[in-house]
Design a protein around this ligand. Structure first.
Ligand SMILES: CC(=O)SCCNC(=O)CCNC(=O)[C@H](O)C(C)(C)COP(=O)(O)OP(=O)(O)OC[C@H]1O[C@@H](n2cnc3c(N)ncnc32)[C@H](O)[C@@H]1OP(=O)(O)O
Ligand SMILES: CC(=O)C(=O)O
Length: 524
């Protein structure tokens, strides 16, 4: 088996993505996480670019890492200077990394238009920059920027630029698809030609502008490339970089390549989410391998089959990358979805039980009204228990009223809710103010229920989403409210639908409180 060296550039190319910026502390934490994951090289930044990146290299030296080598990134020297006087090259050496990676121009068009120098001058600056670095740094990598576009425009010159790097004794030459326009079938003949002229180990760095960055990286490995660059979650300039969260499992589980241990591979989803969290971005649900939906089964035909054998609709075992299989319920469900959910909620249900069909029909009817249970599993659990007649009625709401008013000269509107809640034989009448009508209703319901169920105090409303569903033929538009609640142990979602937003919120809130009481009573 060939071992593949993984080179992560989340902290450099990843930060070139719109909306992504990491503090030095974030970069250090991500570097430690990637070290635990087993990444071989971490490109920490461009020290010649900004003080934050200089400080990353100062700080990371104080941290003991298991096996990862830290790489600093920069460019070949500027045309009008010499390597020893070039500020960028000097800063790279001063940052004292394990590895230096510099990029240089391969494409004659770029040499003429971007650098505005002659083709020979460019060969000199690639060669003497790398020779100079090799004298000061143990391991030096060369990123051949725009390699594939350069090769297509002028193959002889593109190869000469790689030879200029090879003659300087670099440790790896990385073929870059900088503009991300290369398609997978174009790589094998080009890489085969490169291998006739270059014996230095080769790497790949692909961008995702044609949505082929992962495919191109895998094809390159299939052509004998041994060093793969990419980022966690595919963050990177424009449409992003090659996504290591897809490349790593494909290399290990499909191509039989050595890179991480199985245990490290099983932490991939956690690493992906950690990086999303520090980037302050919502994880992409539909991300292959590590996303929430990567192994979520919705169609009844799929659910029925995966219950017989999971591989019928799963390309790998989700546990291999730290993910799980999930069954969703919707109007595309069959009995298998209902039975799978019942099992998840510890509810005994038989496929031949007429109640299974009844629940399925009720589900489809509610989805037709605008309900959606994919993000509201707690409401679906309650729906099943109501249908089975096993839900303990912890409380009922006799009625509520919400007032929202604003007077001239007042900054904010005033919101107040009153509710009448019945618990056993007692009716509790409470009123509360809130920051908006739904918040007031939430406060009033809590105030009433806390007298009977003090554990309600532990519960918080974490997220509130409203969606106005377009009117169908002959029907008014309706509002769907999804609420996420949580306590110290769990988070759960509930849903309410009505043509009135307060009423829709009321249904979702009542389910949220019901579910809290149900789960606490099941646990006791
Ligand atoms: C393919 C990639 O993703 S490469 C990485 C790209 N990342 C970044 O650019 C982020 C960090 N960059 C920066 O902080 C800044 O651009 C700096 C500090 C590097 C340079 O800033 P400035 O000196 O103000 O130059 P500016 O950004 O305007 O232009 C880029 C300069 O680099 C030169 N340059 C570009 N590529 C190379 C190269 N491979 N070798 C040498 N010089 C290069 C350009 O010719 C231009 O110099 P000039 O204006 O003297 O002709
Ligand atoms: C080096 C690099 O980031 C690129 O060519 O895209």
């Amino acid at each position: 088996m060939t071992a593949i060296r993984l080179y992560d550039t989340t902290l450099r190319d990843g930060t070139q993505a719109e909306e992504i910026s990491f503090l030095v502390e974030d970069k250090i934490r991500i570097a430690q996480k990637l070290d635990d994951l087993g990444i071989h090289y971490i490109e920490g930044g461009w020290p010649g670019s900004n003080p934050k990146d200089i400080s990353f290299f100062q700080e990371i030296r104080k941290i003991s890492l298991r096996q990862t080598k830290i790489a600093a990134f920069g460019s070949t020297r500027r045309a009008k200077t010499t390597p020893d006087k070039d500020n960028n090259l000097r800063t790279l050496i001063q940052s004292a990394p394990d590895v230096v990676t510099i990029f240089g121009k391969t494409w004659d068009f770029h040499v003429r238009e971007a650098l505005r120098i002659s083709l020979d001058e460019n060969l000199d600056l690639i060669n003497d920059s790398l020779l100079y670095l090799k004298r000061h740094v143990e391991e030096v990598f060369y990123d051949a920027e725009h390699f594939f576009d350069g090769y297509k425009a002028n193959p002889a010159y593109a190869i000469k630029t790689l030879q200029a790097a090879e003659q300087a004794g670099v440790d790896c030459i990385v073929l870059c698809d900088t503009n991300g326009g290369t398609l997978p079938f174009e790589l094998p003949p080009i890489i085969a030609e490169v291998r006739k002229h270059i014996s230095t180990p080769l790497g790949i760095h692909s961008h995702n502008d044609s949505e082929c960055a992962v495919a191109n990286s895998l094809v390159a490995v299939d052509c004998g490339i041994v060093h793969v660059q990419g980022t966690i979650n595919g963050f990177g300039e424009r449409c992003g970089n090659a996504n290591l969260c897809s490349i790593i499992p494909s290399l290990m589980l499909k191509m039989g390549k050595e890179s991480l241990t199985n245990e490290q591979l099983a932490s991939l989803r956690e690493v992906s989410r950690f990086v999303y969290e520090l980037a302050n971005l919502v994880p992409n649900k539909h991300q292959p391998f590590v996303g929430n939906s990567a192994f979520a089964h919705k169609g009844g035909v799929h659910v029925s089959a995966i219950q017989r054998h999971s591989e019928t609709y799963e390309h790998i075992r989700p546990e291999r990358v730290g993910n799980i299989s999930r069954v969703l319920v919707s109007d595309l469900s069959g009995r298998s979805n209902i039975l799978a959910k019942a099992e998840q909620f510890n509810i005994k249900l038989d496929s031949k039980d007429p109640l299974t069909i009844e629940i399925l029909e009720r589900l489809k009817e509610l989805e037709n009204q605008g309900y959606q249970f994919e993000g509201a599993e707690a409401s679906f659990d309650l729906l099943m228990r109501r249908a089975l007649g096993t839900l303990r009625p912890f409380f009922s709401v006799v009625g509520f009223r919400v007032i929202d008013s604003k007077r001239e000269g007042e900054d904010k509107p005033f919101s107040e809710a009153t509710v009448q809640v019945k618990v056993g034989g007692h009716v509790e009448h409470t009123a509360a103010e809130g920051n908006g009508p739904v918040n007031a209703l939430d406060h009033a319901l809590r105030k009433a229920l806390e007298n009977f169920y003090p554990q309600i105090k532990d519960m918080q409303l974490l997220d509130y989403k409203v969606r106005v569903l377009p009117a169908g033929q002959g029907t008014a538009s309706v509002t769907r409210v999804l609420i996420e609640s949580g306590d110290a142990d769990l988070r759960w979602g509930t849903v309410g639908v009505s043509d009135n937003i307060i009423d829709a919120s009321y249904y979702a809130l009542v389910d949220a409180f019901q579910y809290k009481l149900l789960k606490d009573s099941d646990a006791s």
